[in-house]
Ligand binder design. Structure first.
Ligand code: SPV
Ligand code: MG
Length: 438
């Protein structure tokens, strides 16, 4: 009987290096591909452009591949114990960095099952991550971008979203990465906030900046990013208007709109009961969500209903009753629960009680006031998406005021030098900036 050779792969972008390793594998026996699922990838890397099924369709048609099985974890242990291959084959580039630990585990398990590890020289100059970066620099399509949010929610313990109100903050949400324990950590997507869209125009957050203007400006973010966008739709306006909003957002490739169950003049939620916050009736709001759901063209676009009970001084019971109705009767694809309480206790109680009755519907939270709670803890309450809703603008404004004050005070900008990035840095900040000699 032919020997079994195991080969783990993402296979989003096919390149000669991958074919090379499959060919090498064929020399030892039948090649079984352990194809990484979105879940296996999402914690460590960006989601692939292609879905699991699309990648599977490609890989199973490659000469020499006899079987494709899902690999649900970044480490190989579970699959190696399950399929007990005679060999596992891997490029020798896993001897350094965060793959080092994975490599050690693989050696241990292969010894346990009586198999062998084959390491082949890494194909120089070809690297999927580099290729992915190049492809990203070409951008994305509205369809691919839109679908990404649902895929991320399915794949990750918690999806991390950052506010953007201009192209520059879009670039930050897209590119900023920190290395933690050898792995790159990034934001997963972008929040288009009514508060920061309004504030950056010097206007109050009362739906005074109209949809057309907000979308016009959101285009600056869309132009320089590929990550999914969640749009703050305020109250959604009149039902007759909301159906057009849904179609427009969908066409732009926005993944979700969040609308809040308030009526009358909208005031920012963080005013809490210092402002008049009038809630819609459950029936009225369900009608609005339903109209939106009927208007959308794709299956992927999400309408998320935002429950403002806690903001309006009502009970967790009221919030819960509304949330369950918005999902069951309105057809909402997700719920957002908001509060300005600093403890986070009301949010926790709501989430735990909601999860007793509904295990599936995604929960979105905006921990602006209860921001001592970590993402891991939020996830343990059943929250799927965390939005950092205003931090780009809130951090930029004090820095700008400080700089302007310094210039005024000293009648020159010399003292502000240390508050500013250098001219060289700003000239090279934007990707694709060309130095051309005149
Ligand atoms: C926004 O960012 O505009 C929001 C969240 O709606 S909050 O400001 O907390 O209401
Ligand atoms: Mg808002």
């Amino acid at each position: 009987m032919a020997k079994k050779v195991y080969l783990g792969m993402i296979a989003d972008i096919m390149h000669p290096g991958l074919i090379n390793i499959i060919n090498e594998g064929c020399k030892y026996g039948d090649v079984m591909i352990g194809l990484y699922t979105d879940k296996a990838i999402a914690t460590y890397k960006r989601l692939p452009v292609l879905t699991y099924d699309q990648r599977k369709a490609i890989v199973e048609n490659i000469k020499g591949v006899t079987e494709v099985v899902p690999q649900d974890d970044w480490n190989y242990v579970e699959n190696l114990r399950k399929y007990r291959p005679d060999y596992i084959i891997h490029g020798d580039d896993w001897k350094e960095g965060f793959m080092k630990k994975i490599r050690a585990e693989v050696f241990e398990v292969m010894k346990e099952i009586g198999g062998e590890v084959i390491e082949i020289p890494y194909t120089q100059g070809i690297n999927s991550s580099q290729l992915a970066e190049e492809i990203e620099s070409f951008g994305t399509t509205p369809e691919i971008r839109m679908k990404r949010l649902r895929r991320l929610i399915d794949a990750k313990p918690i999806v991390r979203i950052l506010e953007s109100h201009c192209g520059l903050t879009g670039l930050i949400a897209e590119k900023i990465s920190v290395e933690v324990k050898g792995q790159a950590r990034q934001f997963d997507g972008i929040w288009s906030s009514s508060l920061t869209d309004s504030t950056s125009k010097g206007k109050p957050d009362i739906e005074a900046v109209d949809l057309t203007t907000r979308l016009h400006d959101l285009n600056d973010t869309l132009e320089v990013t590929t990550k999914p966008v969640i749009f703050d739709g305020d109250t959604g306006g009149k039902i007759e208007h909301f159906v057009f909003t849904v179609r427009t957002l969908e066409r732009l490739g926005i993944s979700a709109v969040i609308i809040e169950d308030k009526v009358g003049l909208k005031q920012n939620s963080l005013f809490g009961t210092d402002a008049v916050q009038t809630l819609d009736s459950i029936e009225g709001f369900c009608n609005k969500i339903r109209a939106g759901k009927e208007a959308q063209i794709t299956d992927e676009f999400m309408i998320i209903s935002r429950i403002e009970s806690l903001i309006a001084g009502k009970s967790v019971d009221d919030a819960l009753k509304r949330a369950l109705a918005y999902v069951k009767d309105g057809g909402a694809d997700g719920i957002m629960i908001h509060s300005k309480d600093k403890s986070g206790k009301d949010i926790k109680e709501f989430c735990l009680r909601f999860r007793e009755q509904d295990k599936e519907t995604p929960i979105v939270a905006v921990p602006t006031t209860y921001n001592h709670i970590t993402e891991t803890e939020l996830a343990s309450w059943g929250i799927n998406v965390v939005i950092y809703a205003n931090h780009m603008l809130r951090s930029a404004y004090p820095a700008m005021v400080k700089c302007a004050t310094s210039i005024l005070k000293h009648e020159r900008s010399y003292e502000a030098n240390t508050l500013c990035m250098s001219v060289k840095e700003i000239l090279n900040l934007i990707p694709g900036t060309k130095k051309t000699k005149l």
